[in-house]
Design a protein around this ligand. Structure first.
Ligand SMILES: [Cu+2]
Length: 184
């Protein structure tokens, strides 16, 4: 009788241990605090950027899902942050810098439809404006002054493919300030 009870205790302990191992394997590790600030609309990566709803959709100031093809900075557009310190760039951000020698890195990849937080840092004493070439991403724009960093959160296009971007300041694209975002 005693031995049976011990066996049952060990079986239960084994099942609990297995459940814990499976939980961490599935969840990808120890539970982490959400990256960003929680608001009623969703998680904000950096103050001023658009919140990401639990559904994964980026929400515009209008309260509706952000329209990437709208006018940059408008009520229906994904919002860029105010200038912030480089150490405030959220850990999940795709980090780009730009100077007269171009964007670094000049290419990056994102997952189709997923919320992307993109940071842009000016690495010289000039103004730069990140824009995509495709009108469907017209509102996904970041403008920075000399040495500034700003961040934008937007939903990647649902359609896989390569989306080119450039610096919109006259003369800057011609000298090589361009690159590509690959959507997978
Ligand atoms: Cu530029």
């Amino acid at each position: 009788m005693e031995n049976n009870k011990k066996t049952i205790v060990w079986i239960i302990a084994g099942v609990v241990a297995a459940a814990i191992v499976i939980y961490f394997a599935v969840s990808g590790g120890l539970p982490q605090a959400p990256q960003g600030t929680q608001t009623p609309e969703g998680t904000v990566a950096v103050t001023g950027t658009s919140p990401v709803a639990p559904s994964g959709e980026v929400i515009a100031p209008s309260g509706k899902p952000a329209d990437n093809s709208s006018v940059p900075g408008s009520q229906t557009a994904p919002q860029q942050s105010a200038p912030l310190a480089a150490k405030e760039i959220p850990p999940q951000a795709v980090k780009l810098s730009v100077s007269a020698s171009g964007f670094s890195p000049s290419s990056f990849s994102v997952s189709a439809g997923k919320a992307v937080t993109l940071s842009l840092t000016g690495a010289d004493e000039q103004t730069h404006v990140f824009r995509f070439d495709d009108p469907s991403l017209n509102a996904v724009a970041i403008g920075i002054g000399p040495g500034q960093t700003r961040v934008i959160t937007f939903n990647a296009p649902d359609k896989a493919g390569t989306y080119s971007f450039h610096c919109d300041v006259p003369g800057h694209t011609a000298r090589g300030e361009k690159g590509t975002m690959t959507v997978r």
